[in-house]
Design a protein around this ligand. Structure first.
Ligand code: SAH
Ligand code: SF4
Ligand code: F3S
Length: 437
């Protein structure tokens, strides 16, 4: 029996899909190369923007047709999108071909849902509330990579940024016990993993729910001593990210000087309406301190354009921050109304044409900045973790700051750290030569 998973959304979703793969493989399935070869297909969904949801509905349509020809095919749809009651109900009614509808808090039951779906032809829906759910440890995980691994440290989100659906579909913040995180990282290092990313919607909230003084800085310090490897984390919240944490990073051996610090908007008025809890000045001071203490740091961000009430002047504030910080990379989005959030009810929604036009201007500025930042790397010698062959017979790997580097070399270097002299750059990646060659 073969299975196939299609995943949308963030790293947390990707990692959840690895957990689902582990659970499914324990039931005797193996991964199909192509969805057409699979006996079980999962759509593990995201609902952060309308576009993400539209794509999934399109895919369910395609798979429903496939099932008419392939009667034994089992179709499962779940994750953030189906955690919304109305969406789960819509899929349940509209697509009878979908066998399993599961929520974000029901991954650990997936094996039994699968058994029931196989036993009788009835559609099953399992969407639970997050309250009262405990974190399950020791779940099998089938990882997609042999070098890079994700480790969850905190689930859910309490921030309720006014545009965002995540707190509604992922529930309240729940930190994972420090001993299990340490144990997982130790096991990964024993298995040869070299690059570990700690995941959470707001990693800086780690430990607050334990109310015993545990915090993110403490976790980083404990993980730092476990070996020689690259340790990353995302996302940070500019409200909770502070100078003390930047100092911890500086004093650490393994924590990469790579910081993802979502700005969302540069306008104080919009930041407030977004319920983000910082100011443009606070944000700029933080990034200034990062560059002062960690001069080689790479900084990336998330930005939304066209939030309700955003004027040209507000947008200029966003461009101003992009200009001043000089991000290595930015994930940029046009505001998308999410029913049930506070911003959905705001009256001053921005016309699509204006959102598009602002997005284009932002994209142009950011591309210019990315190229400037990459060009600055030319002439430097950087340590690259080699991931294998990429395009045009080049080896590809990443710097500690997470920049992609392409260079000629032997496949045997895969999984190794090598020193590469940077000779050229474009907006998205660097090119170089292995030192000594
Ligand atoms: N927890 C992370 C981000 C999760 S969602 C954080 O706070 O940084 C990833 C990004 O999607 C957000 O940072 C935001 O930029 C974007 N996003 C969230 N809701 C959105 C919406 N309604 N419309 C457009 N972009 C959105
Ligand atoms: Fe959404 Fe804000 Fe939570 Fe990030 S911090 S997941 S943007 S509510
Ligand atoms: Fe999407 Fe859910 Fe992540 S809504 S961005 S998959 S937490």
């Amino acid at each position: 029996m073969k299975y196939f998973i299609e995943v949308w959304g963030c790293q947390m979703n990707e990692h959840d899909a690895e957990t689902l793969s582990g659970i499914i493989e324990e039931r005797g399935y193996s991964k199909a190369e192509n969805y057409l070869d699979a006996d079980l297909i999962l759509l593990h969904t995201c609902c952060i923007r309308a576009k993400a949801e539209d794509k999934v509905i399109g895919r369910i349509g395609v798979l429903s047709k496939l099932k008419k020809k392939k009667k034994h095919l089992i179709i499962a749809v779940g994750g953030c999108m189906t955690q919304q009651e109305d969406v789960a109900r819509y899929i349940e009614k509209r697509f009878k071909e979908v066998d399993i509808i599961y929520g974000t808090h029901n991954l650990n039951e997936f094996a039994s849902l699968l058994e029931s779906a196989k036993a009788d032809q009835k559609q099953i829906k399992a969407v639970s509330d997050s309250e009262g759910m405990d974190i399950r440890e020791y779940v099998p995980i089938k990882r997609n990579d042999k070098l890079k691994a994700y480790v969850n440290i905190i689930y859910g989100c309490n921030n309720f940024c006014s545009y965002c659906i995540v707190p509604y579909v992922r529930g309240r913040e729940k930190s994972r016990e420090i001993k299990y995180i340490i144990q997982e990282v130790k096991e990964l290092l024993d298995q040869g993993f070299k690059d570990i990313t700690l995941l959470g919607q707001n990693v800086n909230s780690y430990g607050k729910d334990f109310k015993d003084g545990t915090n993110f800085a403490k976790l980083l310090k404990e993980l730092d001593v476990l070996g020689d490897y690259r340790l990353r984390f995302m996302s940070s919240h500019p409200r909770d990210f502070d100078e003390a944490l930047i100092d911890v990073i500086k004093d650490s051996k393994n924590v990469c000087h790579q910081i993802h610090l979502p700005l969302q908007s540069g306008s104080d008025k919009i930041i407030k309406e977004m319920n983000r809890g910082y100011t443009k000045k606070h944000y700029l001071d933080l990034t200034e301190y990062i560059y002062k203490v960690l001069p080689e740091a790479t900084i990336s961000t998330d930005i939304i354009v066209g939030f309700p009430g955003e004027t040209e002047e507000d947008f200029q504030d966003t461009l101003d921050v992009v200009e001043k910080v000089g991000y290595d990379q930015a994930y940029m989005f046009q505001y998308s109304i999410r029913e049930g959030t506070r911003a959905a009810k705001m009256t001053e929604q921005i016309p699509e044409a204006i959102k598009k036009e602002r997005f284009q201007r932002l994209l142009e500025l950011q591309n210019k900045k990315s190229l400037e930042r990459n060009n600055k790397m030319i002439g430097k010698i950087v340590e690259v973790l080699v991931e294998g062959f990429g395009e045009r017979n080049n080896l590809t790997g990443r710097t500690s700051g997470n920049k992609v580097v392409n260079f000629k070399g032997d496949k045997k270097l895969t999984g190794k750290l090598v020193w590469v002299g940077i000779t050229d750059a474009n907006t998205w990646s660097l090119f170089g030569k292995v030192k000594g060659e």
